[in-house]
Design a protein around this ligand. Structure first.
Ligand SMILES: [Ca+2]
Ligand SMILES: [Ca+2]
Ligand SMILES: [Zn+2]
Length: 759
């Protein structure tokens, strides 16, 4: 079967051509192809990622409408995740190796066959051809795996099997652990958390959701709308080969294609859900779905997470093993929410007669009355933890909520208390989010202390709910926007809100602009835009300017109580020279805000030119999950230095094997012109002149001017590199491709050396 290359017109017009991604040169300069690892031998999956938000269905007309890209020079991705990624991947994803998945017969059941499963931690290399932003995103994606499963990663140190993350054309991965070291591509515009997660899930042994044996029960494939030659992307696998691990078909899976994958007509979908409501769900690229996590944990028999120490929503009678302090003079109580009065946080807005929280009553009693609620003993693996919880102080502003840790005192007894943070009441008697950084390295408990601060009756108390304790850094900044649905109703396109000024760990001032209905130029008023800017601040005189190689990460929190099931919306970009100020090519927008910015009285600071996403998230999606729980929107804006990731690539060490030794020995003799007789004796053992590296994959050994050489039989495929004979059709013409160039060249060179030595 001759693979067919298809190039999307729209992308070609932007000057991105097939060859710019896939010329042999680009492959050879990008490092990874070792002897023994060739692209062509392995399974891999090309991803044509169509996001949910890449399209909308207009239910009034019943017609599918695909949105056009927005172009704005300060749009971090010019709407690309919604629009360009599929096109970019179609351009890069030239279908070179017979399409989406190339399979060795024995590799076909990667998912069932346990020999393709990884041992943890998985060694990884971040190649230096990756975008800096991609490196940051990959490390964040690792953290999501560590939080939600037992999958773990470690820097490569010479292991036989590993994943090398590189920037090739598009986003793709091989399936399962191939035991040899394998590539995973995070190409241009693939640097999103969910896309990286998707690719790693392939590497872990998962196929696309719509490849399931039973998928025709759930989705309709519109075969006549599929781009010619792309039909193979919609194949299903027999249940001898893959297993669903006894989980239901999951429209929400991060492994599901979106509706407009591989379509002929940009307005007509190729895949739709049998239940139309799910057309809005398929192709989501927020994060793992609940079923994705269940499946991952089943496949790898995970019993715990690496970074989740504890979480509690107080819905069960055991209150997660928390205990009441006995040396205090009061107690916390597990209370059931009262609809409209004091609802819990877990189920707020969902069930109006359920939901429990912990309550410290400050209505009665005397000043100083206090109660301690302590966690069970926890065993940290790292040295930094983040305690996140929701709290509400409804009594007096003088009431206090104090966070403590009780640590091992050195004798093995968890006894030594230390105070970490105090929260006090204010006029705002609503649920708030809290983050407290703990730095504990030995076994410990954390504790909530309630203190009644007012002599009078307060008609209230302190409520605590939805706790999670993770061994991850706390968000550096939290922007809490209340009554968001009201804001959506009362604003129009172009209206915006400025966040307060935050300070990064390095001391940079920064802020966020939120456009409930997008910027003035936006064609999509049903999308909320978010962008990032620098603010002038008190440290500016001593900081480094321009602030390049910093990653801005903007996250909208999904307030789902179970932290493993959260599907927060997160995007990032990394500051660089290329993001110039319009009309001022010599001034970077990441220079001092005092130079580049505009004064804003609200922060008494200069706010710089902003950079971000005009269509960060759709209103539909905001309402779909718990982004707007209690009508609160939480944005976590981060600004982190990634300079330490500029050089991450490490050389791959050859894995010692007998064959490699023999080849190396011959090469050494040739180079040193050692006794020809000895070499001859050894070489005479070989029958085939191309032995011990015979031509593979349809290549034949021929004598070319007295030297053995591998050639392809077919007149059409005229490149042979020692790995595979390949032919690629480009707009009707035939183009041979050098694949596995380095590996092939080395193998062939050695064979030639050997023959020369014999003469
Ligand atoms: Ca007590
Ligand atoms: Ca609760
Ligand atoms: Zn995929």
């Amino acid at each position: 079967m001759t693979p067919k290359l298809l190039i999307d017109d729209a992308v070609m017009k932007k000057g991105q051509s097939y060859l710019s991604f896939w010329s042999p040169l680009s492959i050879q300069t990008s490092q990874p192809l070792l002897p023994g690892i060739s692209f062509t031998k392995l399974n891999y999956i090309w991803d044509y990622l169509f996001t949910l938000s890449s399209s909308v269905v207009n239910f009034q007309t019943g017609k599918w409408i695909k949105q056009l890209p927005e172009v704005n020079e300060h749009d971090a991705d010019a709407g690309e995740l919604r629009e360009d990624i599929p096109a970019i991947n179609l351009a890069a994803g030239n279908n070179l190796f017979q399409g989406d998945i190339v399979l060795q017969p024995e590799a076909r059941n990667a998912l069932r066959n346990e020999s393709y499963r990884w041992k943890f931690p998985i060694p990884y290399i971040l190649a230096d051809n990756l975008d800096l932003n991609a490196k940051g995103v990959i490390l964040k994606a690792f953290e999501m795996f560590r939080l939600k499963s037992c999958v773990d990663f470690k820097p490569y140190e010479g292991e036989q099997t590993y994943i090398i993350f590189q920037k090739f054309g598009g986003c793709w991965s091989m399936v399962g652990d191939l035991q040899t070291g394998q590539n995973l591509s995070i190409g241009e515009r693939c640097d999103y958390k969910a896309i990286v997660e998707h690719e790693i899930l392939h590497a872990l042994g998962f196929y696309h959701e719509q490849s399931r044996t039973d998928r025709d029960d759930y989705v309709q494939i519109w075969w006549d709308q599929i781009e010619a030659g792309m039909e193979h992307n919609f194949v299903t696998y027999n249940d001898n080969y893959i297993t669903d691990l006894n989980t239901p078909y999951d429209y929400e899976s991060v492994m599901h294609y979106g509706p407009f994958s591989f379509n002929k007509d940009p307005n007509i979908p190729t895949i739709t859900a049998k239940i139309p409501a799910f057309n809005d769900i398929i192709g989501q690229r927020l994060d793992f779905s609940a079923v994705d996590i269940e499946r991952l944990n089943r496949m790898y028999r995970c019993t715990s997470s690496h970074t989740l120490l504890d979480q509690c929503s107080f819905e069960y009678i055991n209150i997660c093993g928390m205990i009441q302090g006995t040396t205090d003079n009061s107690d916390w109580h597990q209370e059931r929410g009262i609809p409209g009065a004091s609802e819990d946080h877990t189920l707020i807005g969902q069930c109006r007669d359920a939901g429990y929280f912990m309550y410290f009553n400050t209505n009665v009693g005397r000043v100083g009355q206090t109660a301690l609620l302590e966690s069970r003993i926890l065993y940290p693996k790292r040295t930094q933890q983040c305690l996140q919880f929701f709290y509400k102080i409804t009594g007096s502003p003088l009431d206090k909520l104090v966070i403590w840790v009780r640590k091992d005192d050195g004798s093995g007894t968890v006894r030594k208390l230390s105070k970490v943070k105090t929260f006090t009441g204010d006029a705002d008697k609503n649920w708030k989010i809290a983050h407290v950084t703990l730095n504990v390295a030995e076994k410990f408990r954390y504790a909530f202390q309630g203190i009644k601060g007012d002599a009078g009756s307060t008609s209230g108390g302190i409520l605590v709910d939805d706790i999670s304790l993770t061994e991850t850094p706390c968000p550096n900044a939290v922007w809490h926007i209340r009554n968001f649905s009201n804001i959506l109703q009362t604003t129009v396109k172009g209206n915006y809100l400025y966040s307060p000024r935050f300070y990064s760990p390095e001391g940079y001032g920064y802020g966020v602009t939120l456009y409930p209905h997008g910027q003035n130029y936006s064609n999509y008023v049903n999308y909320t835009g978010i962008s990032f800017h620098l603010c002038s601040g008190e440290n500016d005189e001593i900081l480094e300017w321009p602030a390049f190689n910093r990653q801005a990460i903007l996250t909208i929190l999904d307030q789902e109580p179970d932290i493993k099931l959260r599907m927060s919306a997160s995007r990032s970009f990394t500051t660089s020279k290329s993001q110039g100020a319009s009309g001022q090519p010599n001034i970077s927008i990441w220079d001092k805000p005092f130079i580049t910015g505009r004064y804003d009285a609200a922060c008494d600071c200069n706010r710089s030119t902003e950079f971000g996403w005009s269509t960060f998230i759709s209103h539909k999606q905001l309402n779909h999950r718990s982004f707007l729980k209690n009508d609160d929107l939480f944005i976590f804006p981060e600004f982190e230095d990634l300079t330490y990731l500029i050089k991450t690539e490490v050389p791959i060490r050859p894995v010692q094997s007998d064959t490699a030794d023999a080849v190396h020995e011959r090469q050494r003799r040739s180079a040193m012109n050692i006794d020809a007789g000895e070499a001859h004796n050894q070489l005479s053992n070989f029958g085939d002149p191309c032995d011990p590296n015979p031509c593979l994959n349809d290549g034949v050994c021929v004598n070319v001017k007295g030297k053995p050489s591998c050639r392809c039989v077919s007149g059409q495929a005229f490149f042979y590199t020692g790995a595979k004979c390949e032919a690629v059709q480009v707009y009707g013409s035939i183009l041979g491709m050098v694949i596995g160039g380095i590996a092939g060249t080395i193998v062939l060179a050695l064979a030639i050396f050997a023959i020369l030595a014999r003469k």
